[in-house]
Design a protein around this ligand. Structure first.
Ligand code: ZN
Length: 274
C-alpha cells in the first residue's frame, strides 16, 4: 500500500515535469488592516509582555498560478473600515482599504478569484471572504467545525459556504493546492485546532513561508512564545518546531503575517514577488 502510494506520487511528478513544470507563479502582499494590542499581556502565557503594547499589521496575499488567482487569508471585515480604535480595549482593529479595491488596482475582478484559502477561523483572517462567493473555500476541518458550531458568531462571515451556497473543502493535514508542490497549506495546529501556514515556491524569490498565526510577531516567534488564548500549548510548540525546521531546510523567507517589520520582505503593492 505504501509502495503503491509512493509509485503514484512518482508518476504524478514525472507527468508534471513532462508537462513543462510549474506555471508562472506570483505573490502580492495586500493590506488587510491594522491591529493595536493595547495590552500585549494576552500574547504570552508566561507573562513576557506585561504592561507592553504593540502595533501589529494584518496581511492577506494574492497568488497567481498560471491563469488561476487565489487568496491566502481575507483580513479584517469591511465593517471595520475607518473604525476609530478604542485604547480602553486590550485589542482593537481597523481597516483602511478592502481586498476588492486592491484587486481593482491590479485590474482583477473579484469573480476572477477561484480559490480562497484561509489559515484559521478568526475574524482578522476570514473577514472579507464573503466578497468572493464564487471561490472554493479551503480551511482546516477543525476550524470549519468550530464555525459550524451552534452559536458561533463568526460563522456569519462565511455563512455562504457553511449553508451550502458555495464550495468548501475542509482540509486535514497538509494540502498541495495545485498538485505540483508550488503552493502548499501546512498543518500547524495550536493557535486553533485546524490552523495552517502556507508555503509558496517562487521561481526567483525562492521559498516563502507565510505564518498564518503560527506566531504573531518576531519576538514571540524567536522565543517560542505561546499566547494565552491559543487552543493548545503543546500543539503550538510542535508547530513552531515544524515551521522553523521547514524554514531552515527550504531556505525560506519567513513572513510573520501580523509583524509590521516583515511587510518589507515582499515588494510594496502593487508590485509582486515572482
Ligand atoms: Zn490573526
Amino acid at each position: 500500500m505504501i509502495l503503491r502510494a509512493a509509485w503514484t506520487g512518482l508518476a504524478a511528478l514525472a507527468l508534471a515535469s513532462a508537462a513543462g513544470a510549474t506555471p508562472a507563479l506570483s505573490l502580492w502582499r495586500l493590506d488587510c488592516g491594522r491591529i493595536t494590542a493595547f495590552d500585549l499581556d494576552e500574547f504570552s502565557d508566561t507573562r513576557a509582555y506585561v504592561g507592553q503594547h504593540k502595533e501589529l499589521t494584518a496581511s492577506c496575499y494574492l497568488i497567481r498560478h498560471g491563469d488561476t488567482y487565489m487568496l491566502w487569508d481575507t483580513g479584517l471585515p469591511r465593517a471595520l473600515r475607518n473604525h476609530v480604535m478604542d485604547a480602553k480595549q486590550p485589542l482593537d482593529a481597523a481597516l483602511t482599504v478592502t481586498i476588492v479595491d486592491q484587486l481593482a488596482t491590479l485590474g482583477i475582478k473579484p469573480e476572477q478569484v477561484q480559490i480562497v484559502a484561509i489559515s484559521h477561523d478568526h475574524f482578522d483572517h476570514i473577514g472579507q471572504a464573503g466578497d468572493f462567493p464564487q471561490a472554493k473555500l479551503l480551511m482546516g476541518k477543525a476550524d470549519i467545525d468550530t464555525l459550524r458550531a451552534p452559536g458561533a458568531e463568526l460563522g456569519k462571515l462565511v455563512a455562504h459556504w457553511l449553508t451550502g451556497g458555495g464550495t468548501i473543502e475542509p482540509i486535514t493535514g497538509d494540502k498541495d493546492i495545485f498538485g505540483d508542490g508550488s503552493v502548499v497549506m501546512l498543518a500547524m495546529p495550536g493557535h486553533t485546532p485546524g490552523h495552517h501556514a502556507l508555503l509558496v515556491k517562487l521561481a526567483h524569490k525562492g521559498n516563502v513561508l507565510l505564518s498564518g498565526d503560527t506566531a504573531h510577531f518576531a519576538k514571540n516567534y524567536a522565543s517560542n512564545g505561546v499566547p494565552s488564548y491559543n487552543a493548545d500549548r503543546a500543539d503550538t510548540l510542535a508547530s513552531l518546531d515544524r515551521f522553523k525546521k521547514l524554514a531552515a531546510n527550504l531556505h525560506a523567507t519567513v513572513i510573520i503575517q501580523h509583524e509590521p517589520a516583515d511587510v518589507a520582505k515582499l515588494p510594496a503593492f502593487p508590485k509582486a514577488a515572482d
